[in-house]
Write a protein that binds this ligand. Structure first.
Ligand code: UT7
Length: 342
């Protein structure tokens, strides 16, 4: 699915006006992980760029992280929660499999908003951003809060050194507002899925069969911890992310050197650097906070965005190319302008 412009018949645009973020309260360093599995700070930093990760404490939920990030975004936007039409929560680690967005809506006090979850793993935030933009462009909604949040610490096998060193917990939120087509901040997007390659990164159900009555059985079980073929996912990322970004930049007639920032899913510093090199972009234009948080799945992009907005790196009018990728397999890219609060 590619869009630039995304919908025939769309009349309006979408402005990205504010952001917020939250992280798990417990910081765990590489050296601390080395107390549990056979790894080292040197191995993790060299192979991934990760130095620390933040993990939720026993009393911190996904709804808490999302609420905190959402509250910050509303505050930056200067909006009452009542004015929201939609709370869209991108997550693969809900507190409740029936959905966590309504809980977040209640915590925010967004009484007039519909709220639902969207699941697309590490691509979730980008997919949610594009989904929300459709409601705003068609005029169906005026104000939307898109949250990307994940609490992968619940689903990591903390004795598997191949995966446990990579992930952390976090949330990021972006406030979006309908605007006129000539002020549209979402310049273009492209989204992709390939379920045929999905088995290289899973958080799959494990079922056993139990007899229900004489002639019928049912399934009981739970979820297995994250399993990943790291090398396959790495190859997928360094092949598909540059390809989809190239396609998007060409479709929107955007020269790579005109970008202010490259904002990629924070999975591995080597992937970030490889993508930047493919476009001859200086590494200084590549936003990275991997060293502090690791891979927070759907949260990485808005968490990084919020950090760079708050420290002044991202300024109103900046042009940002973003790409998310991960389980599904799923991947996508979006080109947008940051507007900031008015
Ligand atoms: O958001 C989802 C997207 N996920 C990703 O983007 C992940 C993409 N993949 C990667 O980032 C990399 O593949 C990893 C960081 C996961 C792994 O790096 P790698 O350079 O591909 O390492 P490898 O899997 O080829 O393993 C190399 C060696 C192995 O030892 P042997 O067989 O050569 O003796 C591993 O057992 O490193 C070993 N190893 C470790 N050693 C110390 C694996 N994990 C660790 C570890 N500490 N934590």
């Amino acid at each position: 699915m590619t869009g630039s412009p995304p919908l025939s018949g769309a009349t309006g645009g979408v402005a990205l006006v504010a952001s917020g973020s939250a992280r798990g309260t417990q910081q765990i360093s590489n050296s601390q992980l080395g107390q549990r599995v056979d790894t080292s700070d040197e191995w993790i930093r060299t192979r991934t760029g990760i130095g620390n990760r933040c993990i939720c404490g026993p009393d911190q939920s996904l709804a808490d992280l999302s609420h905190q990030a959402g509250t910050q975004a509303l505050s930056m936007a200067g909006w009452d929660a009542d004015s929201l039409d939609l709370v869209l929560l991108a997550t693969s680690t809900p507190d409740d499999l029936f959905g966590t967005a309504p809980k977040v809506q209640a915590l925010l006090g967004a009484r007039n908003a519909v709220a639902f979850d969207l699941t697309a793993a590490c691509s979730g935030f980008l997919f949610a951003l594009v989904t929300a933009a459709q409601f705003l462009r068609t005029g169906a909604m005026r104000r939307v809060l898109v949250i990307g949040a994940d609490q992968l610490s619940r689903w990591v096998d903390w004795d598997d050194r191949r995966t446990c060193v990579l992930f952390g917990d976090g949330a990021g939120a972006v406030a979006l507002e309908a605007t006129s087509a000539d002020r549209d901040g979402l310049v273009g997007f492209a989204l992709r899925s390939d379920g045929a390659r999905g088995n290289c990164l899973n958080l799959a159900q494990h079922n056993e069969r139990q007899t229900l009555v004489d002639s019928a059985s049912h399934q009981v079980g739970g979820y297995q911890p994250i399993s990943m073929n790291g090398q396959e996912v790495y190859k997928f990322a360094v092949r598909e992310v540059p390809a989809i970004l190239k396609q998007l930049l060409e479709a929107t007639d955007t020269a790579p050197e005109s970008l202010d920032w490259l904002l990629l899913h924070q999975a591995n510093q080597r992937i970030l650097d490889a993508v930047a090199d493919r476009f001859n972009l200086p590494h200084a234009k590549v936003l990275s906070n991997l060293a502090h948080y690791g891979n927070t799945s759907a949260a990485t992009i808005p968490l990084m965005l919020d950090e760079a907005v708050r420290d002044g790196r991202i300024q109103p009018g900046h042009r940002i190319a973003s790409s998310g990728f991960g389980a599904g397999l799923s991947w996508g890219a979006a080109l947008f302008h940051w507007q900031g609060p008015s």
